[in-house]
Structures are given as structure tokens and as C-alpha cells.
Ligand binder design. Structure first.
Ligand code: HEC
Ligand code: HEC
Ligand code: HEC
Ligand code: HEC
Length: 136
């Protein structure tokens, strides 16, 4: 009984604390738009260098390699912000090819080095793309 009681109390405390935990994240303002990875590179060149070495930077090239880079089923996970005012096509939005900074940190037009961007992306951001699908 004691155990059940404490488990319940713990769960309730967790639920109560959720808004607090969420508030620690700087929310990305909803009117922000995607600015592309070159913008971020200007001020975060070290992080950009690390990102370039990871597969996220090349996610779009995977589609090109299998000639699926126009397939709208693939674009949401292999580009940044597709269908959300971000990536449209490789000519119009070349800086939103692949999984760029803004795919995880949210659109950055309001940031410019003064907060207003998600500092630590939640796991839910990763899960949007890293979930089991019947695609592959
Ligand atoms: C729900 C998100 C999602 C969608 C939709 C998606 N991908 Fe992917 N894709 C991923 C992730 C995540 C990885 C890397 C991890 C992995 O291998 O599962 C990946 C890896 C790949 C790879 C390299 C690894 C491999 O399995 O060969 C190719 C090629 C690829 N995707 C092609 C495609 C194509 C083509 C489509 C559309 C028909 C597509 N993807 C749709 C998320 C997605
Ligand atoms: C795949 C998702 C993802 C991508 C892509 C990504 N980040 Fe992050 N970033 C994170 C996560 C998760 C954290 C928090 C954990 C950590 O620090 O590693 C973080 C932390 C940060 C921080 C704050 C932490 C620190 O070291 O001061 C900055 C600044 C940052 N990222 C900038 C960038 C920039 C600029 C890019 C693009 C060149 C980028 N990120 C691409 C997920 C991502
Ligand atoms: C004009 C320069 C500049 C540009 C452009 C810029 N940043 Fe920043 N960014 C900064 C500075 C400076 C900080 C540190 C601010 C601080 O410590 O509060 C920062 C902090 C961050 C953080 C951590 C936020 C926090 O609350 O500590 C993230 C994440 C981040 N930037 C991502 C990005 C992304 C993604 C882009 C591109 C969309 C970008 N930045 C473009 C200068 C810039
Ligand atoms: C917009 C979709 C998207 C988001 C958001 C995203 N990823 Fe990915 N991720 C991918 C794709 C697509 C690949 C495959 C790229 C490749 O293999 O070239 C990948 C590759 C990876 C890999 C390398 C896997 C391998 O087999 O090489 C890791 C690790 C990873 N992602 C972790 C994360 C984490 C952690 C987050 C959240 C902080 C995250 N991703 C967010 C789409 C995404």
C-alpha cells in the first residue's frame, strides 16, 4: 500500500511539475520563420563545423542518390521545415536541405543571438523523424 501511495504522489508531482519543466525551454515564437543554415553559421561557426561532419547535414543527399528528392513523402524528415513554411525545393530554399539547425532548434528569424530560440530541443523533436515508419 505504502508503495502504491508514494508512486501516486510521485506521479502527481511529476504532472504538476510539467509546466515548470516546459517553461525552462525558451519557447520559439510562433511568428518566427526559417532563415537557413548560413545565417546560423555566421555566429556559430564552431557548431556549424561539427554539424557538417554529422549525417544530418547530408540527409537530403540521401534522397538525391535514390532519385526521391521530389517525393513529398520523404521531404518532411530529410529537409528542414517542409510543409511548415520551410523547405520548398532545392532551387528556392537550398539552405534548408537536410536536417539543419532549425530542424531541431526551430525557426530562427527572431533570434539573431538574443535568445528567442529553443536552447535544448526536447526528445519529441527527434521522434518526429526518428520513428518507425513503413517507408524504410
Ligand atoms: C518519418 C521520417 C522519415 C521519412 C518520412 C523518410 N525518412 Fe529516410 N530516414 C529517416 C531517418 C531518421 C533516417 C536515419 C536512421 C535510419 O536509418 O532509420 C533515414 C535514412 C534514410 C536513408 C539512408 C539509410 C537507409 O535506410 O538506406 C535513405 C536512403 C532514406 N532515408 C531515404 C528515404 C526515402 C527515399 C524516403 C521517402 C520515400 C524517406 N527516406 C522518408 C527518416 C525518414
Ligand atoms: C539533430 C538536432 C540538432 C541539430 C541539427 C542542431 N542542434 Fe544544436 N542542439 C541540439 C541539442 C539536443 C542541444 C542540447 C544538448 C547539447 O548541448 O548537445 C543543442 C545545443 C545547441 C546550443 C546550445 C548549447 C551550447 O553548446 O551552448 C547551440 C548554440 C546550438 N545547439 C546551435 C546549433 C547550430 C548553430 C546548429 C546548426 C549548425 C545546430 N545547433 C544543429 C540539437 C541540434
Ligand atoms: C548575430 C549572431 C547570431 C546568429 C545569426 C545566430 N546566433 Fe545563435 N546565438 C548567438 C549568441 C551570441 C548566443 C549566445 C546568447 C546567450 O548566451 O544568451 C546564441 C545562442 C544560441 C542558442 C542557445 C540559446 C540560449 O538560450 O542559450 C541556440 C540554440 C542558437 N543560438 C541557435 C542558433 C541558430 C539555430 C541560428 C540560425 C537560425 C542562430 N543561432 C543564429 C548569436 C547568433
Ligand atoms: C527533420 C528530421 C530529423 C530530426 C528533427 C532529427 N533527425 Fe536525426 N536523422 C534524420 C535523418 C534523415 C538521418 C539520416 C541522415 C543520414 O544518414 O545521412 C538522421 C540521422 C541521425 C543520426 C545518425 C544515425 C546513423 O545511423 O548514422 C543520429 C544519431 C540522429 N539522427 C539523432 C538525432 C537526435 C538525437 C535528434 C533530436 C535532437 C534528431 N536526430 C533529430 C532526421 C532527423
Amino acid at each position: 500500500m505504502q508503495l502504491i501511495r508514494w508512486t501516486l504522489i510521485f506521479l502527481l508531482a511529476l504532472i504538476a511539475a510539467t509546466p515548470l519543466l516546459m517553461a525552462q525551454q525558451t519557447p520559439t515564437p510562433s511568428k518566427a520563420t526559417y532563415v537557413g543554415v548560413k545565417n546560423c553559421k555566421m555566429c556559430h561557426s564552431d557548431i556549424h563545423k561539427v554539424w557538417m561532419q554529422k549525417s544530418h547535414a547530408r540527409a537530403y543527399e540521401l534522397l538525391v542518390a535514390v532519385k526521391q528528392d521530389k517525393n513529398e513523402k520523404c521531404l518532411p524528415c530529410h529537409t528542414t521545415g517542409y510543409g511548415e513554411g520551410g523547405f520548398r525545393d532545392a532551387e528556392k530554399t537550398p539552405e534548408l536541405k537536410g536536417v539543419t539547425c532549425e530542424a531541431c532548434h526551430g525557426p530562427g528569424s527572431e533570434h539573431n543571438g538574443e535568445g528567442k530560440i529553443t536552447k535544448i530541443p526536447l526528445a519529441t523533436v527527434c521522434i518526429k523523424c526518428h520513428m518507425k515508419t513503413d517507408i524504410h
